[in-house]
Write a protein that binds this ligand. Sequence first.
Ligand SMILES: [Zn+2]
Ligand SMILES: [Zn+2]
Length: 410
Amino acid sequence: MIHRTLGQIVLATLLCGGAAATETPFFKGNTHAHSLWSDGNDFPEMVVDYYHRNGYDFAVVSDHNVLARSYRWMSVQEITARQVGTGPGAIAKAEARFGPDWIEWQEVDGERGIVLKTLESFRDQFEAPGKFLIIEAQEISDRSTRGPIHINAINVAELVPFQDEPIEDTVTVMRRLLSAVRKQEKEIGRPILTHLNHPNFRWAVTAEELAEVVEERFFEVYNGHPLINHLGDESRPGNEMIWDIANTLRIAKLSAEPLFGLATDDSHWYHGGEVSPGRGWIQVEADALTPEALIAGLRAGTFYASSGVELSHFSYDAESRVLEFEIRPDGDARFISQLIGTRQNYDQPDAPAGTGIGEVFDRSGEQQVRFVVPENALYARVSITSTEDHPNPSFDFQKKQAWLQPVGWR
Ligand SMILES: [Zn+2]
Ligand SMILES: [Zn+2]
């Protein structure tokens, strides 16, 4: 039996049947955010500052096809034109936060502008061992004949090559990008985590395609951008059903491992407006607050995704197939937890009514929950929904949620 206590920074120790057991801490982070380096509307150091100020343990800046490394000048006019919302803009806020000498002004061809900071130039302002970490990333932004294929590559050392030409099918584009990442990973000798972003953005990636590209082990089950069709539409599945279809096909037909799901912000706007930060994050169990340890935790599936519901612990015992977790209180909120999965005979003519892909095996309205994964389940996962509205919703009637990773499939 694995016990996990969700401490933020401090290693918690608890007595377990008389023997002391050391607990592994959980770290909160967002793996998808944009800055002025691509199409965001704030300086990269202010994007990191948002996560630093708001109780996250790690932040990832993941601009479209650019790393904050080179020389980049931007006119004041362009920076202010990106302002959405009222109140002080990016420049005034950066000066207020870092002082009047922080900004590097530069005039180019008679136009007043600013040199954007590289990530390395401000890393020291925020990072502290075990307390806060910044991880460099690229949102590899490519396209297939059907639409945008975006994959976050986290902990990169150089730009991952992309084509951005609509000439290949979705599966081919995904495979090309993932193999380019694996090549860099080998060359630099450190792990790079990839997650397929927002499959329903312009309906570019279907569940079947996501199933087929088994090299990808992660996708965004929730992305805070309002235009990503989180719930699907009349004829196309939402992100949770995409997860169940893809995982069913992987386990039942492809003898492959299932996808793990992340929740992310995909924030672009930091001064008000609809594409704001703070909507989705992950809590990762890791031995240390380092890119390597966090990626190891993600690859082991010892994390959960959240848009507002937090857990104080969870555990899964593979032998008894018992999944247990405890939801943290949140005011007067009540919670509905669902154990969702697919049975081995889901596609057989004799499968009982009510079974199929993404069947609800069990439900609980308690804060301490114990589920048993059915013996004939291909896998099971937990989705928790609060009665509380999301404070900054990305879709209509959004409630706070959390998603645990699939179990019972090994
Ligand atoms: Zn994207
Ligand atoms: Zn993005």
